[in-house]
Ligand binder design. Structure first.
Ligand code: C5P
Length: 309
């Protein structure tokens, strides 16, 4: 059997997502509270015989997910992560990356970022590198704005373009109902819509609401639900008007709060417990809405689940 390492990497949501005016580099300054939730992609990196530096990719998925849009060539973000880490350590190894997806594709839950973080950590362990956390975080930031958070997980403040991550100590766990969408949304398209909506207007610098942080620290789920916010929501509604009614359905079904996940189209409903989440999920399903998953949060970031050496 060839040497292989498997990493499980969680989806992320944003409890608040404050967005400012685009910077000269095109990215938008963010003030966000990230939370890792219990939907996972598993990334397995195996040593294979092949030309030095060759990285191949295969993808499978849980039945509810459509993964036809995920590239299986060198452009896959996990393959880019492998090459970036190898280049950083001046290595030329041949590996196969297998991705087993449980996070919706183009769903606003950072599934690609989870794969990149998973590939970074899996290769680091496979090659016995023990790259210092700050170096791994810097490589992660090169791959995408959400990748550093996927390594850390839990609940964390995010700033810069999202890549500056500061862990936030919170107590307790809550439950999310995740209403996925059969059709993904392009993150750049939602940001372009945000720009169009705010063209010519002064957008205030984004800030994290005190009320949200207070609710998190107090572990007050109803207050947390009332504090959820997302500056991209209006832009996403312009592209997908049906999402607004989906959020309202979750509130009518007794969720403590409803918010779009990142740039969408996944919708999140905050619940007290797993039992409460199951009730909300049943009510949404009865209205014909789906696919639906239940996920606890916060959960840890990317971590090794299997190692064969
Ligand atoms: O960093 P990442 O590759 O995930 O970003 C994907 C796209 O989302 C960027 O190309 C950009 O269009 C948009 N984006 C942005 N501002 C951010 C993060 C992402 O405009 N802070």
């Amino acid at each position: 059997m060839s040497a292989a390492v498997t990493v499980s990497a969680p989806a992320k949501i944003n409890l608040c997502l404050g967005v400012g005016t685009a910077r000269p580099d095109g990215f938008h300054p963010l003030a966000t509270v990230y939370q890792a939730v219990g939907l996972y992609d598993q990334v397995t990196v195996s040593e294979v015989a092949g030309p030095a530096g060759q990285v191949t990719v295969s993808v499978e998925a849980q039945a509810r997910l459509d993964v036809r849009g995920v590239p299986t060539d060198a452009t896959n973000i996990a393959a880019r992560a492998v090459r970036l880490l190898a280049g950083h350590h001046r290595l030329e190894r041949s590996v196969h990356v297998h991705i087993d997806k449980g996070i919706p594709v183009a769903g606003g839950m950072a599934g690609g970022s989870a794969d990149a973080a998973g590939a970074l950590l899996a290769c680091d362990r496979l090659w016995g590198l023990r790259t210092p956390a700050e170096e791994l975080a810097a490589l992660a930031a090169e791959l995408g704005s959400d990748v550093p958070f996927a390594l850390v997980g839990g609940t964390a403040l995010g700033s810069g373009r999202g890549e500056v991550v500061t862990p936030l100590m919170t107590r307790g766990q809550h439950w999310w109902v995740v209403l996925e969408s059969p059709l993904g949304l392009s993150t750049p398209a939602v940001y372009r819509e945000f720009d169009a909506l705010h063209a010519g207007a002064e957008v205030a610098d984004p800030e994290i609401p005190d009320r949200l942080v207070g609710a998190l620290l107090a572990c007050d789920v109803p207050e947390l639900g009332a504090s959820l916010s997302n500056d991209l929501q209006r832009a996403a509604f312009r592209l997908r008007p049906e999402l607004e009614a989906a959020l309202e359905d979750g509130l009518a079904a007794s969720a403590h709060g409803a918010v779009l996940s990142g740039s969408g189209p996944s919708c999140l409903f905050l619940c007290e417990s797993r039992t409460h989440a199951a009730q909300v999920a049943d009510a949404l399903a009865a209205r014909g809405r789906g696919p639906i998953s239940l996920a606890p949060g916060p959960v840890p970031g990317a971590h090794v689940v299997a190692k064969e050496v």
